[in-house]
Each structure stands twice: as C-alpha cells, then as structure tokens.
Ligand binder design. Structure first.
Ligand code: PLZ
Length: 448
C-alpha cells in the first residue's frame, strides 16, 4: 500500500521556496474569482493562493509555486504535510470503515486514541476522554463537563485568550472583533480576568496570579466558578508565555476552591513545544486538557481528556455527536503519535526553538522595531512596536507578512493588536529552511 500511495503522494523533493509566476498566479486568481461568487464573505482569505499539494514544510500552489509553510494550517501540520505513515493509515482505515457513529457501534481506533491521550497528557492518575470534531467543540464540552461535575455555572477565562468560534467560545475570546461582532447575544456567565504577560506587565508570576485571582474573587466569587479555562501559552493572543509560577498559583487556587482547571492545549499541545503538552513546561497537572489541531495530522478531530471521575460526571448520552471520533481521523491520530516517537519530534521542537531564537534574537539586536522574541519549541513569535512610542505596530507585522509571501514564505500574524508574527512550522522543517525564513524577515525589515 505504501508504494501506491507514495507514488500518488505529494512529494516534490522541494525544500526551498520557488516562485514561477507573480503571486497570486493566474490559476489562483481564477479560483479566487470563483470563490468570490459562492464562498461566504465571512470566511477570510489570509493568502490569495490555492494549494494543489504539499509535503513536509512545502506547499505547492495551483500555479506550481513552492511556498515554505510556517503556518502549518495554524498549528495543525505538526507532523508535516502528507507524512507517509499518516497518509497510509488514513487510506487503510478509509477502506475498512469510515463511519458507524461510535455511540451506535464502537470501533478500536477511538479507544486507541483515548488510551494514547491518557498516556501522554500530564498527570499519572486514571484519565478518560471524549472525542469531538474541533477545538471549539472540545472547549464547549470541557465547560459542560465542569459544570455538571461542580454543579456551578460560571466560567473564568483570561485576557488575550482564544477558544473558538461557536456561540459559547466566541464569548470566551478576548477579542470581540471579529469573533463576536454582530453575532450576539453570546453565551453569558463568562468572566474575563487579567492574564500574565511578562513583557507587557512586568509582573512576577505570583503578582500576576494575585491580580487574576483578586479580579475573579471580587467580580464572580470563587464558589460560583465551575472552571477556569487557560491556554498555557496563549496562541492567537501572540504566543504569550506566562511568568514563572503564574499557572501553578492559578491551579492551586482552583484546587483550594473546587474549581476545575482546564488547560486549552488546542494550539500548544501534541509535541509542538518539545513536550507532549505545554502544561509540562510549567509544572502543572490540569484536571482537563483540550487537544485538537496537531493530534490529527490534518484530519478533523479534537478531544477533552481529564480525571476519570470528572469525565464520568455526565449521564450517558450527554456527550457526543454524529462525527465525533470519526474512525479515519482516529487512525490518523494513532499514526501521528507513533510518528512523533519514531522521528523523535519532541527533540526536533527543541532544535527549532534554538535555531529560531538565535536567528530572531539577531533581528532584535539589529532592528529597533522588534520589541520582543519569545516562545517555546516550535511556537515562536516576534512582536513589533513603534520604537518612538512603544505602541504596538500591526503595520510592520502586516507588511512583513506581505513581503514574505512575495518571497514564497507563508507566515501568520497574531496578537490582540495584530503586531506579532508567529512561527508555527511543522516539526520536520529543517534548520536551513528556518534560516532561509529568518533571512527573508531580515531582508523584509531592511526594505521597510
Ligand atoms: N483553542 C487555543 O488556538 C483555534 C483559530 C483559527 P477550532 N485557533 C485557530 C481561526 O481563525 O478560526 C483554537 C485555539 C485554542 C481553541 C481553538 C478553536 O479550535 O478547531 O478552530 O475550533
């Protein structure tokens, strides 16, 4: 099977960006025109290029242009595009059974995924999982389970957080625009508290935790709160790494007050930061972890994993959905876990951190517009400001992103003020590809 699939697969052998038309090329422009006619304008288009195929860290568009992909489809392609073992697992499972609905007739891959999540999420107590379709759905389910478990209604989240686009998760996001504007009424009982952002607030972890906790105690009351939902490293918010001691202090406060601590690892999880889940870097063991993106190697799947007694709070039938834990997606997850081991990708994430940090620190020393370089593993961000005023500069991030596109490098912005560029590459990206990307950033900053 590997042979036939490999011959059909997207391997180009390409390692570098290579543009052969103007960007967007004529075929991408044709697709864009068709899109305008039938795809909702509510779906944004970050890049005007359309993918034909992809392998590892390279995407080839419909005009034959090769792009170096630093986005991984927003942190999904941790394993790399069209990894052979993942492609084979998908094809093999597709030929066996694609759907029964797990609650109607079960199948082994669902159970295997729950076993893998129990093994690799933080904490060595009994754990159980429920599988769903998207990160937002995982967060929704974590909240449902925490409410059922505690008998409480209120939910706490942090400034600069992001949790999804459903009605409840839109209410949990820090940025009202574009996620909530005009879509209300959004779900209630969601309370936003200050986060820890050392570069901006200068607070120690203990000070920042005291600020968060005081806010929640005064504005909500600890005894009202079912769960605190926290990204260990805030993703959309601009790869904000909290100060040391912040997350452990929040976790302790939760446990002292009967609040379920939910670590939203949709973006930071699955080997991205050099450990399976980023909570590990902060020495915390959450009660529940949400995962999605990287676990499926490009297939839609997400999970809530937590302490068995919390996960069993719901009555039968309270959790689920038609497609949750689809067998083909589950087969992909099993293959992703085994490839992460086989390829030693936890170590690769650390290599990527080293290469990117040294390259980007070099830019920080050269260009006063670079305010901060931060992150862990293959989750590294560069933040821009106006050196005269210290104010966030979204213009520079946007201009650099546009410049990089014209050099064949795809990179995403982030941050509540849009002034951050984030590197979310596949863990199979090479050092020379990363160095090439940093060189493009340097040339871009020079030309600005
Ligand atoms: N929690 C921490 O990062 C998704 C959003 C992309 P879904 N982040 C990318 C976009 O513009 O929609 C995310 C996340 C964290 C939850 C989610 C939501 O995951 O799979 O997009 O629903």
């Amino acid at each position: 099977m590997t042979d036939t699939l490999s011959s059909r697969s997207a391997k180009t052998g390409a390692l570098s960006p290579r543009l052969i038309t103007e960007i967007p090329g004529p075929e991408s422009q044709k697709l864009h025109a068709r899109r305008q006619a039938t795809v909702s304008g509510g779906v944004s288009a970050t890049f005007p290029v359309y993918a034909a195929h992809a392998h590892d860290a390279i995407i080839v568009d419909v005009d034959g242009n090769q792009f170096l992909d630093l986005t991984g489809g927003i942190g999904v392609m941790t394993i790399g595009h069209t990894n052979d073992a993942v492609v084979d697992a998908i094809a093999e499972q597709a030929a066996k059974v694609t759907h029964t609905l797990f609650a109607v007739a079960g199948y082994e891959p669902y159970i295997e995924v729950c076993e893998l999540l129990a093994r690799h999420t933080p904490g060595d107590f009994a754990k159980k999982s429920v599988l769903v379709n998207s990160g937002a759905e995982a967060v929704e389910n974590a909240v449902k389970i925490a409410r059922k478990h505690t008998g409480r209604t209120e939910i706490a989240v942090l400034h600069h957080g992001y949790h999804g686009r459903t009605n409840l998760t839109s209410a949990m996001n820090y940025n009202m625009h574009p996620y909530g504007t005009g879509f209300g009424p959004l779900a209630g009982s969601v309370h936003h508290a200050p986060n820890s952002s050392p570069f901006h607030d200068g607070l120690s972890g203990e000070e920042a935790a005291e600020r968060t906790i005081t806010h929640l105690e005064k504005r909500v009351g600890a005894s009202q709160i079912a769960c605190l939902v926290v990204e260990p490293i805030q993703g959309e918010g601009g790869f904000i790494v909290p100060a040391k001691g912040y997350l452990p202090a929040l976790l302790k406060w939760c446990h002292d007050n009967g609040i379920v601590y939910v670590s939203d690892e949709v973006q930071s999880g699955m080997a991205r930061t050099g450990s399976y889940f980023a909570s590990d870097h902060f020495g915390i063991v959450p009660d529940m972890v949400t995962s999605a993106k990287g676990i499926g190697g490009g297939m839609p799947i997400a999970a809530v994993t937590g302490r068995a007694e919390i996960m069993d709070s719901s009555h039968p039938g309270g959790l689920g959905g038609t497609f949750g834990g689809n067998p083909v997606s589950c087969a992909a997850v099993v293959a992703v876990f085994s490839e992460v081991e086989r390829l030693g990708l936890l170590a690769e994430a650390k290599r990527i951190e080293k290469t990117l940090m040294s390259g980007l620190d070099g830019l920080k020393n050269r260009f006063p517009h670079v305010a901060d370089v931060r992150g862990i593993g293959a989750m590294i961000a560069i933040e821009f400001h106006d050196p005269a005023t210290g104010k966030p500069s979204a213009d520079i991030a946007k201009a650099l992103q546009a410049y990089a596109l014209q050099q064949g490098v795809l990179i995403l912005t982030a941050g509540s003020f849009g002034n951050v560029l984030r590197f979310l590459p596949s863990l199979v990206i090479t050092d020379s590809q990363l160095e090439e990307a940093v060189a493009v950033m340097a040339a871009g900053l020079e030309s600005l």
